[in-house]
Design a binder for this molecule. Sequence first.
Ligand code: ATP
Ligand code: MG
Length: 633
Amino acid sequence: MQTPDAGTEPGKLQDEPRFALNALGEFVFYNPAFAALAGLPQAAERTRLNAAKILKFESHPDVSHEGPDNHTRRFMDQLGSGQYTLLCGPNNEATRFQFDWVEGPNGQRYLVASTAKEEVSMDIVRQIAPDKVDGGDPFAASAQLRAEELRQFLEMSDDLMCTTDPDGGIIRLNRALCGHLGYEPRAMIGKMFLDFVDPADKESAQSALSEVLSDGVRTHVSFECRMLTSAGDQRWVTWDIALSAGVLHALGRDVTHIKTHEAELSSREAQLSEAQALAHMGHWRWEVGSADVEWSSELYNIFGVDQDDFIPTMDSINALVHRRDLGRLYQAFQRAIIQQNDYDMDFRVARADGTIRVIRCEGRCEMDHDGEVIALYGIMQDITQQKEHEQALREAKEAAENAYASKSRFLANMSHELRTPLNAIIGFSDLIEKQMLGPLGNERYLDYIGAIRESGQHLLDLITDILDMSKIEAGKYELTVEPVNMTQVVRAVVQMMEARAMEGQLTLKADLPDNDVVVSADRRAVKQILLNLLSNAVKFSDKGGHVIIRLMDGQSAVTVQVQDTGIGIPAHKIADVLKPFEQVSNAFTRRHEGSGLGLAITKDLVELHGGIMGIDSRLGEGTIVMFTIPRRG
Ligand code: ATP
Ligand code: MG
């Protein structure tokens, strides 16, 4: 509690004796007139003068003195607002005072006493003791912190503190500074502040310090630098330096963790931009209603604009979008805001250099707590190259399809054209071979004509296969479905193959059910399938081998198996031999005739019937080819 210097009070208030007490009965103020009247010291004193000990009341019904120990609140409680006569000074001069209780804005009550007749207002109280009434300087109390308290606070603080002489020599420091830099206090006191600054930052720290030291214009400076720990590590510290009474006060904060986070963040940002650059992709965000759009750096490259000149706004971006795509873009954004859904679209950008880029935009909506869309955000990717590839691929596919179609057309036409003369060659050579119109003069002619007929037949078989293959590939092979007695067909085909089997010195057997197995199928196709499989089995078996064909009746399908003890097919070739013109080439197979179309046609014909075909083969042991013809309906 401070008794203000009476001499500093405003003049008007000094005229009449006045004083003010707080609720504890302590003088918060008295003026020189009252000091003179009551015989109190004029100068400010730091003692808490107690009114109960000083004020003497002329006998008054409400105020009783109960001795010096029983004062304060009780005494104050007795003092209501009103007129009191005080016996003042050594002569007990009776003086009449008006007592008024007033409440200050800080909620404290004050008793103001005056011999004047004017009404006591808060203004007077404020003039009397502004620091008491308004709370004054809120930090005034801190100024009175005792040394012990200060020491305690300094111990607790994690801020780095030290004082230095004007040359920067450390005079005093706190525990935090030693702790952060890993030194004993003794190792730092007397050393230069700059000795602990990382050499890389010494120059900038030096110039910051000299700002407060040398020019004297500034008393305060802030800077950031790296400090070196005793272990040689770096700590980032932001320093506030103030010059006062020739001493530098340095207050620092260790911001190493913030710097580390910042570094991590910027490295991640760099990685993200790099990844975005690699993917030709960038991200964007637009707050609904705002003119500006946030762009990541790669978007500037994608749109072909300069990051320093171009400001991405709705208008500036729209100006780059291809005229024909603008409507769609607007629509997509509008729909997203209204329907609150995700969206994606492709649009073209006409760059300033005249090139057109195709951009894919994928976006999401950002909602507020009420579920309203407040922003749109997403990514944009330059997919021009991808689009070009797609286009090239589409064109290549179309070209391939066209080429394939014309090849099939050519093969079909050519085969057809070749069949007629071939039939004539075969027919007439057969007629000559049989010497229907009279004997041939020379025996060797007979051999030749036989060779002509066989070659013609071989050519015709090949052409028929090619024709079938191209018909199937063109989707023009039509099945003539009728009830086919499979038992009979198998028997017939086995008979046809018997001569060839005998020629190869093989046994050929059929394993057939007793009853007739009838299935809806194309008779010619079924025959062709069986002949192809049996001819392979016979062709790829060595002397003394066995070929067996099995027919199995089933509820949903009829199954046929052709098994041989031939050379077998390597496992990795099984898928290949089902494709046209694919043959296993080795010394043995090369001895066999064939174009490699048989299995491809067979498989296609089985599948045209809705059936499946499979091959199980072991090299050197033999092969089983099986297929099914499903029963219809
Ligand atoms: P084509 O049948 O057109 O006269 P090809 O018999 O060579 O000629 P495919 O019937 O398609 O053609 O058979 C393709 C290849 O599969 C054959 O060349 C052969 O290498 C192999 N192959 C087929 N069946 C057998 C089998 N039963 N045993 C061993 N290899 C076989
Ligand atoms: Mg074959």
